[in-house]
Design a protein around this ligand. Structure first.
Ligand SMILES: [Zn+2]
Length: 468
């Protein structure tokens, strides 16, 4: 990926010893100035928008969407062709509700027309080329502003603020970063952002014991994590009877959050779990609020639509639809009514607890995490239905289902030191009866359960294409 210059990029690339020297100088400058002007501007916009009425939200989004549509129609041949063919007259876009007259686009449309979707020269300064990995399927490729990381960071920190976090507060970070290895400890420190990093690529008993004792040695801190990593650490802490009183909140992103995992992690770390939603296309971002664990969609980041299978807008509480996004962050390549492949349940367009006029959704299920097993009759069984809360996985550090034939699955397990061979049969029996024997399971002990290249976990390593 081509990376344009920005302070945050530069900082990320700087070797640790240099950071220490630089940080003694930087310590005198408030962090918001180090991160940059776009960060400060976005932070101000977000806090203004928190007070907007529904009319003000609609009006802002109408102006932003209209600007995107006009730009796209005039400068991007692929949008011009699409809108002309659909019979949509861009001059008839008079209110935010008119967006439903526009055709939808998807990953195939973007990949096919990548050079006909640009508003600026793709080789100009400040343009990044992005390709999303994923564990299977065709990757999505697109262009986006290099300056987005400052904007992104403003939204992230706004979400964290609701958990009590202030810029510069101590963070213990367990996410996809490979850290240094000092005397056997996979750990590093970023003094400017005041972040302690631990490697979630290294999670054996000794590693986790080291991370936990380091976290406990910190004064008050926030844990910034992947849901799967913190769940693994919480399971270990519980097994070792370790409790915490210095963690202010868990800040989680980037993977699906399962309710059972949330509750379990909250009980071990003795604090609230806050998660947020985003995706690499940068169309929609959402976070929980001070009082509710439903996701509040930031209206200044992009326009969210939840659509049913007929492409109609969902307006009833409790209905589930696909997240369709029109982003405001990307001014290099506009995404207008893009089908993300992620799903969520509609809650409302206002939170009466925090009084924000944000669209509120819950139970977000990302398509990027594969989470279904396929039964012998080709029916799908969600991973959450298999999640066991009894002693099934005692003394198992990590587990993952592997499947390439309907009706047959292998449970790969990474075992702890107390695991005995009889436990294997207990797993097979318990899982088998939970699945009502619609899937024949076997257990395989493995040394490692690999993470994706960005350090995320998948619970079902699914090799059956059940989407077609
Ligand atoms: Zn709220």
């Amino acid at each position: 990926m081509k990376k344009a210059f920005s302070k945050k990029n530069l900082w990320d690339a700087m070797p640790s010893p240099l950071k220490v020297i630089a940080s003694t100088v930087l310590a005198y400058i408030p962090l918001k100035y180090i991160i940059g002007k776009r960060f400060r501007e976005t932070t101000n916009l977000i806090s203004e928008a928190d007070k907007w009425s529904r009319e003000e939200v609609d009006n802002y989004q109408f102006i932003k969407v209209k600007e995107q549509i006009l730009n796209a129609y005039q400068k991007c041949p692929a949008y011009k062709k699409l809108y002309d063919e659909s019979g949509f007259d861009i001059n008839s876009f008079n209110s935010i509700g008119d967006i439903q007259k526009l055709p939808l686009i998807d990953k195939a449309f973007v990949n096919k027309n990548i050079d006909d979707l640009l508003l600026v020269d793709k080789n100009s300064a400040g343009v990044d080329y992005v390709t999303t990995g994923g564990t299977s399927g065709v990757p999505l490729t697109f262009y986006i502003n290099a300056s987005r990381s400052q904007i992104e960071y403003a939204y992230l920190t706004d979400g964290w603020k609701r958990a009590g976090f202030n810029l510069g507060d101590t963070k213990a970070v367990l996410r996809g970063r490979v850290t240094g290895n000092k005397s056997g400890v996979h750990q590093s420190y970023d003094p400017v952002f005041n972040e302690h990093y631990y490697s979630n690529f290294h999670m054996n008993d000794d590693d986790m014991r080291n991370y936990i004792s380091h976290i406990k040695s910190l004064s008050d801190c926030f844990l910034h994590v992947y849901p799967s990593s913190i769940y693994q650490l919480a399971r270990f802490a519980k097994k070792e009877n370790i409790s915490f009183d210095n963690v202010k909140a868990i800040l989680a992103e980037s993977e699906n959050v399962y309710p059972e995992q949330r509750t379990f992690v909250e009980s071990v770390f003795n604090c609230r779990y806050f998660s947020s939603y985003g995706h690499s296309e940068k169309l929609i971002a959402a976070a929980e609020c001070e009082h509710s664990s439903d996701y509040h969609v930031w209206p200044t980041y992009g326009l969210l639509e939840l659509l049913d299978e007929n492409g109609l807008a969902i307006t009833k509480k409790g209905q589930v639809g696909e997240i369709v996004g029109t982003g405001f962050i990307n001014t290099v390549m506009p995404f207008i009514r893009y089908k993300t492949g992620d799903y969520a349940e509609y809650v409302g367009n206002y939170c009466d607890k925090c009084k924000r006029h944000h669209t509120v959704i819950k139970n977000i299920l990302g398509h990027r995490v594969q989470e279904h097993l396929v039964a012998i009759d080709n029916s799908l069984i969600p991973w959450t239905a298999i999640n066991m809360h009894d002693d099934t996985f005692d003394d198992v550090l990590q587990y993952q289902f592997y499947q390439d034939i309907p009706g047959i699955a292998v449970i790969k397990i990474k075992i702890g030191k107390d695991f005995v061979d009889e436990n294997k049969q207990r797993i097979i029996n318990n899982i088998g009866s939970k699945l009502q024997h619609r899937i024949n399971v076997s257990v395989e002990i493995v040394d490692e359960i690999p993470l994706t290249e960005r350090g995320k976990s998948i619970f079902v390593d699914q090799h059956i294409d059940f989407t077609s």
